[in-house]
Design a protein around this ligand. Structure first.
Ligand SMILES: [Zn+2]
Length: 170
């Protein structure tokens, strides 16, 4: 976990952590407490893995719990009581290769393939604000895609890219 994310979690304080997501491709919703009494809840993580599966192939992959912590921090800081909307979660190697072949916006070795990245927007909150918040946390990678109306966040190394200058989805 990056120092930025650890700091943000510490700031929120010891509490149960909930994730609430709406998958725009499948229409599925999930709202679960995935961290309780100081530990991750395996059943809840399994449910999240299902909802964030590669919807094109059906492949399920473990989503990094730290990524859920990042989303938890973001929802807390935005005081968002609605689910985050998910454009892309896990991507199988097959799907990622396909997307990379049709778009310059997809990295060949995407962190989406490791279950460490997610593309989101927040209902009722401007994309620029979501982007600013993500950057301010210093928790990992942040990509800004205003034309497609989403922000990419990941729990890889801290870095950022955005708008039209460096069109690469990590
Ligand atoms: Zn992404």
């Amino acid at each position: 976990m990056s120092p930025g994310l650890a700091r943000a979690l510490a700031f929120i304080g010891p509490s149960n952590r909930k994730v609430a997501l709406h998958n725009l491709h499948t229409g599925e919703d999930i709202s679960v407490t995935y961290f309780e009494d100081g530990q991750y809840v395996p059943d809840a993580l399994d449910q999240v893995n299902q909802v964030l599966r590669d919807f094109r192939t059906g492949d399920v992959h473990q989503i990094e719990p730290g990524l859920l912590d990042l989303l938890h921090v973001m929802r807390s800081k935005m005081a968002l009581d609605r689910p985050l909307q998910v454009i892309s979660g896990y991507r199988s190697p097959k799907t990622n290769a396909y997307l990379a072949s049709i778009s310059h916006g997809v990295a060949r070795h995407s962190l989406h393939m490791e279950g460490m990245a997610i593309d989101i927007r927040a209902p009722g909150i401007g994309l620029a604000e979501v982007h600013r918040l993500a950057l301010s946390l210093g928790a990992g990678g942040v990509g800004y895609y205003p034309a497609s109306d989403f922000v990419h966040v990941d729990v890889g190394p801290v870095r950022h890219w955005g708008a039209e200058d460096h069109w690469e989805d990590g």
